[in-house]
Write a protein that binds this ligand. Structure first.
Ligand code: KG4
Ligand code: ZN
Length: 338
């Protein structure tokens, strides 16, 4: 007899993703990206909602087929309730409600941020012991969030650090935009950083108290630095692109790591991980691995496919909520902010 099979839907921003997760293992995880936003230099909410509407049925169909299951093997439908863009969330929420109603299944509402953190708990055959123990200290870094989270149990999370302005992903994307990179710029900056000298330039690091972060100052100082240099040399960005990317990435990674180290010392937690789109960054992955070695941390880094927005992480969170009989009613509504 099959275990608990969750159909999971993620539509909080610009990726339509549907996954099938059984007992903590991913059977399928499909993602339809929306290239339309590239030409606007950022996500256009109205266009995102429309693309979700067009994608959600075919992506679900494909996810069920790829999982190799029959539709009546699904035990519950999990969906992202928020935070995110309201119009985008509405598409996934309405679809999940309709699916659950039609098939008489329980509905499970999932917090997108919790799901990013729980991506660290997705099981892989033969690597089952490779998941964190509690308490787990997690740096959640994405396009919308930069938080330090303590997870005491699957569904018990406390935010102990937060950005006071931009998210780390925004710092990558906005600085990339200044250099005329397509949106989102994070992956390209990461790629070019490999070819550059990370000590070529230094940018001011903010001094924010406690475990909080700030990235808006970095964006401004990067912009002014480029302006000054462009006055001298109109080809400055093109000439020093790789060095700019490497130095910028180093600064962002250092800001993140300084607070993560502080949080580990303060809480005494040495089970440490990263999550969210920016945790795909190779500089951050290297830095946390090196720091872990030095400080005796046990490090957890999800596979890249579970770091950016994906429905597998909604499915694993839905699975643990299912085990606790934590269900939503048909009257549940999406929340842009949680
Ligand atoms: O988690 P995510 O897919 O969506 C949000 O919930 O925000 O994160 C997207 C963010 C974007 O800002 C993107 O530039 C950044 O993650 N990102 C990266 C990398 N891959 C994605 N930033 C730096 N290096 C990367 N390799
Ligand atoms: Zn996300």
């Amino acid at each position: 007899m099959a275990g608990v099979t969750i159909l999971a839907v993620e539509s909080s921003c610009d990726d339509t993703s549907v996954a099938v997760v059984r007992d903590g293992y991913v059977l399928s995880n499909l993602i339809a990206n929306q290239d339309i936003h590239r030409m606007y230099g950022g996500v256009v909410p109205e266009l995102a909602s429309r693309a979700h509407q067009a994608n959600i049925v075919p992506v679900t169909d494909q996810a069920i087929k790829q999982a190799g299951i029959k539709i009546d093997e699904i035990n519950a439908v999990a969906f992202t309730r928020g935070p995110g863009l309201l119009g985008s969330l509405l598409v996934g929420t309405s679809f999940a409600k309709g699916f659950a109603l039609a098939r008489n299944l329980p509905l499970i509402d999932v917090n997108h941020l919790q799901a990013h953190v729980l991506a660290n708990f997705i099981l892989e055959k033969g690597k089952e012991e490779n998941i964190p123990q509690f308490p787990f200290l997690c740096l959640l870094v994405s396009g919308g969030h930069t938080k330090i989270i303590v997870l005491r149990d699957y569904l018990d999370m406390e935010v102990i650090g937060n950005t006071i302005d931009d998210a780390a992903g925004e710092a990558f994307d906005k600085c990339g935009k200044v250099m005329d990179f397509p949106y989102p710029a994070g992956p390209l900056i990461d790629k070019l950083a490999h070819e550059g000298d990370r000590n070529a330039f230094t940018f001011a690091r903010p001094s924010i108290r406690g475990l909080d972060f700030s990235f808006s100052g970095l964006k401004t100082s990067f912009l002014y630095f480029l302006r000054d240099n462009l006055k001298e040399n109109a080809g400055f960005i093109a000439d020093r692109k790789a060095d700019l990317c490497a130095s910028l990435q180093k600064t962002i990674v250092n800001i993140l790591m300084a607070k993560l180290i502080k949080a580990s010392i303060q809480t005494g937690i040495r089970q440490v991980g990263i999550a969210g789109g920016v945790s795909a960054n190779s500089g951050l992955r290297e830095a946390i691995a090196a720091e872990g070695e030095k400080r005796g941390w046990k490090i957890y880094i999800p596979p890249v496919r579970y770091t950016t927005d994906n429905a597998a992480m909604i499915g694993i969170t839905g699975y643990y909520k299912y085990l606790k009989n934590d269900f939503a009613g048909q009257d549940v509504i999406p929340l842009a902010r949680i």
